[in-house]
Design a protein around this ligand. Sequence first.
Ligand code: DC
Length: 234
Amino acid sequence: MKRTNRKTKKNVITIDGPSASGKGIISKNLARIFGWNILNSGAIYRSLAFLSVKNKVSYLVESNLLFLTDQLNLKFKIKKNKLFIILNNQDVTLNILDEKIGIIASKISIFPSLRKKILNMQKNFYQPPGLIAEGRDMGSIVFPEASVKIFLDASLKIRAIRRTKQLQKKGFNVNFKDIFFKIRDRDNSDINRKIAPLAPDSQALIIDSTLLNVEEVIQKIIFYTKQKINLNIN
Ligand code: DC
Protein backbone atom coordinates (compact mmCIF):
# COMPACT_ATOMS: atom_id res chain seq x y z
CA MET A 1 0.00 0.00 0.00
CA LYS A 2 1.28 3.47 -0.92
CA ARG A 3 2.61 5.54 1.97
CA THR A 4 1.97 9.25 2.20
CA ASN A 5 4.45 11.90 3.24
CA ARG A 6 5.61 11.51 6.85
CA LYS A 7 7.24 14.94 6.96
CA THR A 8 4.20 17.23 7.26
CA LYS A 9 3.05 16.35 10.74
CA LYS A 10 -0.60 16.39 11.71
CA ASN A 11 -2.23 16.61 15.15
CA VAL A 12 -2.94 12.91 15.18
CA ILE A 13 -1.99 10.48 17.93
CA THR A 14 -2.01 6.92 16.70
CA ILE A 15 -2.36 4.10 19.20
CA ASP A 16 -1.73 0.70 17.70
CA GLY A 17 -1.35 -2.64 19.42
CA PRO A 18 -2.75 -6.14 19.87
CA SER A 19 -6.27 -6.99 21.09
CA ALA A 20 -7.15 -5.97 24.61
CA SER A 21 -3.94 -4.02 25.18
CA GLY A 22 -6.01 -1.10 26.48
CA LYS A 23 -6.11 0.94 23.25
CA GLY A 24 -9.85 1.56 23.60
CA ILE A 25 -9.92 2.95 27.12
CA ILE A 26 -6.73 4.97 26.64
CA SER A 27 -7.94 6.49 23.35
CA LYS A 28 -11.32 7.39 24.78
CA ASN A 29 -9.75 9.17 27.75
CA LEU A 30 -7.22 11.03 25.61
CA ALA A 31 -9.95 12.15 23.19
CA ARG A 32 -11.98 13.44 26.14
CA ILE A 33 -9.04 15.20 27.82
CA PHE A 34 -7.79 16.81 24.58
CA GLY A 35 -11.26 17.47 23.11
CA TRP A 36 -10.16 15.69 19.91
CA ASN A 37 -12.05 13.41 17.56
CA ILE A 38 -11.71 9.64 17.97
CA LEU A 39 -11.36 6.81 15.46
CA ASN A 40 -11.71 3.26 16.73
CA SER A 41 -10.70 1.52 13.49
CA GLY A 42 -11.38 -1.97 14.87
CA ALA A 43 -15.04 -0.93 14.99
CA ILE A 44 -15.03 -0.63 11.18
CA TYR A 45 -13.94 -4.26 10.76
CA ARG A 46 -16.22 -5.35 13.59
CA SER A 47 -19.19 -3.49 12.04
CA LEU A 48 -18.59 -5.22 8.71
CA ALA A 49 -18.42 -8.54 10.55
CA PHE A 50 -21.65 -7.70 12.37
CA LEU A 51 -23.44 -6.66 9.14
CA SER A 52 -22.35 -9.80 7.30
CA VAL A 53 -23.73 -11.99 10.10
CA LYS A 54 -26.92 -9.90 10.35
CA ASN A 55 -27.51 -9.98 6.58
CA LYS A 56 -26.47 -13.64 6.36
CA VAL A 57 -23.82 -13.06 3.70
CA SER A 58 -20.48 -14.81 3.66
CA TYR A 59 -17.65 -12.73 5.11
CA LEU A 60 -15.16 -14.89 3.24
CA VAL A 61 -16.21 -13.33 -0.07
CA GLU A 62 -14.47 -9.99 -0.56
CA SER A 63 -17.11 -8.54 -2.93
CA ASN A 64 -19.75 -9.00 -0.20
CA LEU A 65 -17.63 -6.94 2.16
CA LEU A 66 -17.02 -4.23 -0.42
CA PHE A 67 -20.78 -4.01 -0.92
CA LEU A 68 -21.39 -3.77 2.84
CA THR A 69 -18.72 -1.07 3.11
CA ASP A 70 -20.82 1.17 0.86
CA GLN A 71 -23.61 0.98 3.42
CA LEU A 72 -21.39 1.75 6.37
CA ASN A 73 -22.10 4.98 8.21
CA LEU A 74 -20.09 4.90 11.40
CA LYS A 75 -19.96 7.52 14.14
CA PHE A 76 -18.19 7.60 17.50
CA LYS A 77 -19.69 9.49 20.42
CA ILE A 78 -18.24 9.96 23.88
CA LYS A 79 -20.90 10.59 26.52
CA LYS A 80 -20.26 10.52 30.28
CA ASN A 81 -16.83 9.03 29.56
CA LYS A 82 -18.32 6.11 27.60
CA LEU A 83 -17.65 5.49 23.92
CA PHE A 84 -20.72 4.71 21.84
CA ILE A 85 -20.43 3.19 18.38
CA ILE A 86 -23.28 4.23 16.14
CA LEU A 87 -23.71 2.22 12.95
CA ASN A 88 -26.32 3.54 10.52
CA ASN A 89 -27.99 5.46 13.37
CA GLN A 90 -28.13 2.38 15.62
CA ASP A 91 -26.08 1.93 18.81
CA VAL A 92 -24.07 -1.27 18.17
CA THR A 93 -21.49 -0.78 20.94
CA LEU A 94 -22.40 -4.03 22.70
CA ASN A 95 -23.29 -6.04 19.58
CA ILE A 96 -19.81 -5.67 18.13
CA LEU A 97 -17.92 -6.21 21.39
CA ASP A 98 -18.59 -9.96 21.28
CA GLU A 99 -15.33 -11.88 20.75
CA LYS A 100 -17.08 -13.94 18.02
CA ILE A 101 -17.42 -10.70 16.06
CA GLY A 102 -13.78 -9.87 16.84
CA ILE A 103 -12.64 -13.15 15.31
CA ILE A 104 -14.63 -12.52 12.12
CA ALA A 105 -13.29 -8.95 12.04
CA SER A 106 -9.76 -10.32 12.12
CA LYS A 107 -10.57 -12.78 9.30
CA ILE A 108 -11.99 -10.09 7.02
CA SER A 109 -9.16 -7.67 7.74
CA ILE A 110 -6.85 -9.64 5.44
CA PHE A 111 -8.58 -8.48 2.21
CA PRO A 112 -6.40 -5.90 0.38
CA SER A 113 -9.20 -4.21 -1.61
CA LEU A 114 -11.27 -3.86 1.51
CA ARG A 115 -8.39 -2.24 3.41
CA LYS A 116 -7.82 0.08 0.47
CA LYS A 117 -11.49 0.98 0.29
CA ILE A 118 -11.76 1.98 3.93
CA LEU A 119 -8.52 3.96 3.90
CA ASN A 120 -10.18 7.28 2.99
CA MET A 121 -13.08 6.64 5.33
CA GLN A 122 -10.53 6.40 8.16
CA LYS A 123 -8.57 9.48 7.05
CA ASN A 124 -11.82 11.49 7.03
CA PHE A 125 -12.13 11.11 10.79
CA TYR A 126 -9.35 13.68 11.13
CA GLN A 127 -10.75 17.06 12.12
CA PRO A 128 -8.95 20.02 13.69
CA PRO A 129 -7.88 20.39 16.45
CA GLY A 130 -6.85 16.73 16.31
CA LEU A 131 -7.59 13.02 16.25
CA ILE A 132 -6.85 10.00 18.41
CA ALA A 133 -6.77 6.99 16.06
CA GLU A 134 -6.49 3.46 17.41
CA GLY A 135 -6.04 0.12 15.68
CA ARG A 136 -3.32 -1.98 14.11
CA ASP A 137 -2.02 0.13 11.21
CA MET A 138 -2.89 3.68 12.23
CA GLY A 139 0.72 4.85 12.52
CA SER A 140 2.14 2.78 9.67
CA ILE A 141 -0.49 3.07 6.91
CA VAL A 142 -3.46 5.30 7.68
CA PHE A 143 -1.75 8.27 9.37
CA PRO A 144 1.98 8.02 8.59
CA GLU A 145 2.08 11.81 9.10
CA ALA A 146 0.85 11.55 12.72
CA SER A 147 2.84 13.69 15.14
CA VAL A 148 2.69 11.09 17.90
CA LYS A 149 2.74 7.32 17.43
CA ILE A 150 2.25 4.87 20.26
CA PHE A 151 2.39 1.09 20.24
CA LEU A 152 0.56 -0.22 23.27
CA ASP A 153 1.41 -3.75 24.31
CA ALA A 154 0.85 -6.02 27.33
CA SER A 155 1.39 -9.70 28.09
CA LEU A 156 -1.15 -12.09 26.61
CA LYS A 157 -2.18 -13.22 30.10
CA ILE A 158 -2.96 -9.73 31.39
CA ARG A 159 -4.78 -8.83 28.17
CA ALA A 160 -6.95 -11.94 28.49
CA ILE A 161 -7.67 -11.12 32.15
CA ARG A 162 -8.66 -7.54 31.26
CA ARG A 163 -10.87 -8.56 28.30
CA THR A 164 -12.58 -11.33 30.33
CA LYS A 165 -13.40 -8.82 33.09
CA GLN A 166 -14.59 -6.22 30.58
CA LEU A 167 -16.90 -8.69 28.82
CA GLN A 168 -18.23 -10.15 32.09
CA LYS A 169 -18.99 -6.64 33.36
CA LYS A 170 -21.05 -6.04 30.21
CA GLY A 171 -23.04 -9.24 30.81
CA PHE A 172 -21.25 -11.65 28.43
CA ASN A 173 -20.95 -15.25 29.63
CA VAL A 174 -17.20 -15.78 29.05
CA ASN A 175 -14.31 -17.40 30.86
CA PHE A 176 -10.60 -16.59 31.02
CA LYS A 177 -9.35 -19.74 29.27
CA ASP A 178 -11.61 -19.32 26.26
CA ILE A 179 -10.77 -15.61 25.88
CA PHE A 180 -7.04 -16.35 26.31
CA PHE A 181 -7.00 -18.76 23.36
CA LYS A 182 -9.25 -16.57 21.20
CA ILE A 183 -6.99 -13.54 21.73
CA ARG A 184 -3.88 -15.65 21.08
CA ASP A 185 -5.33 -16.85 17.76
CA ARG A 186 -6.37 -13.34 16.78
CA ASP A 187 -2.85 -12.04 17.61
CA ASN A 188 -1.36 -14.70 15.35
CA SER A 189 -3.56 -13.84 12.40
CA ASP A 190 -3.14 -10.05 12.87
CA ILE A 191 0.66 -10.38 13.13
CA ASN A 192 1.09 -12.82 10.26
CA ARG A 193 -1.22 -11.40 7.62
CA LYS A 194 0.44 -10.06 4.47
CA ILE A 195 -1.25 -6.65 4.30
CA ALA A 196 -0.72 -4.12 7.10
CA PRO A 197 0.28 -6.68 9.71
CA LEU A 198 0.27 -5.72 13.36
CA ALA A 199 3.74 -4.29 14.09
CA PRO A 200 5.07 -1.12 15.71
CA ASP A 201 5.82 1.69 13.27
CA SER A 202 9.52 2.58 13.27
CA GLN A 203 8.65 5.98 14.82
CA ALA A 204 6.38 4.57 17.53
CA LEU A 205 6.96 4.82 21.26
CA ILE A 206 6.38 1.33 22.61
CA ILE A 207 4.57 1.19 25.95
CA ASP A 208 4.21 -2.10 27.76
CA SER A 209 1.18 -1.72 30.02
CA THR A 210 1.44 -5.13 31.69
CA LEU A 211 2.35 -3.52 35.02
CA LEU A 212 0.76 -0.11 34.45
CA ASN A 213 -2.74 1.10 35.19
CA VAL A 214 -4.83 3.24 32.84
CA GLU A 215 -3.87 6.52 34.53
CA GLU A 216 -0.14 5.69 34.32
CA VAL A 217 -0.38 4.96 30.59
CA ILE A 218 -2.34 8.17 29.99
CA GLN A 219 0.25 10.23 31.88
CA LYS A 220 3.09 8.66 29.89
CA ILE A 221 1.37 9.49 26.59
CA ILE A 222 0.54 13.06 27.65
CA PHE A 223 4.15 13.61 28.79
CA TYR A 224 5.48 12.26 25.47
CA THR A 225 2.93 14.25 23.43
CA LYS A 226 3.90 17.50 25.16
CA GLN A 227 7.47 16.98 23.93
CA LYS A 228 6.21 16.67 20.35
CA ILE A 229 3.43 19.24 19.99
CA ASN A 230 1.92 22.28 21.72
CA LEU A 231 -0.92 21.02 23.83
CA ASN A 232 -3.44 23.33 25.48
CA ILE A 233 -4.09 21.16 28.48
CA ASN A 234 -2.78 21.19 32.08
O1 DC B 1 -9.11 -3.59 17.88
P1 DC B 1 -10.19 -4.63 17.68
O2 DC B 1 -10.01 -5.81 18.56
O3 DC B 1 -11.55 -4.05 17.81
O4 DC B 1 -10.04 -5.12 16.14
C1 DC B 1 -10.76 -6.19 15.62
C2 DC B 1 -10.02 -6.78 14.44
O5 DC B 1 -10.04 -5.85 13.35
C3 DC B 1 -8.55 -7.09 14.67
O6 DC B 1 -8.34 -8.40 15.18
C4 DC B 1 -7.93 -6.91 13.30
C5 DC B 1 -8.81 -5.90 12.63
N1 DC B 1 -8.22 -4.57 12.60
C6 DC B 1 -7.32 -4.30 11.59
O7 DC B 1 -6.99 -5.17 10.81
N2 DC B 1 -6.79 -3.05 11.47
C7 DC B 1 -7.11 -2.09 12.32
N3 DC B 1 -6.59 -0.88 12.16
C8 DC B 1 -8.01 -2.34 13.38
C9 DC B 1 -8.54 -3.61 13.51
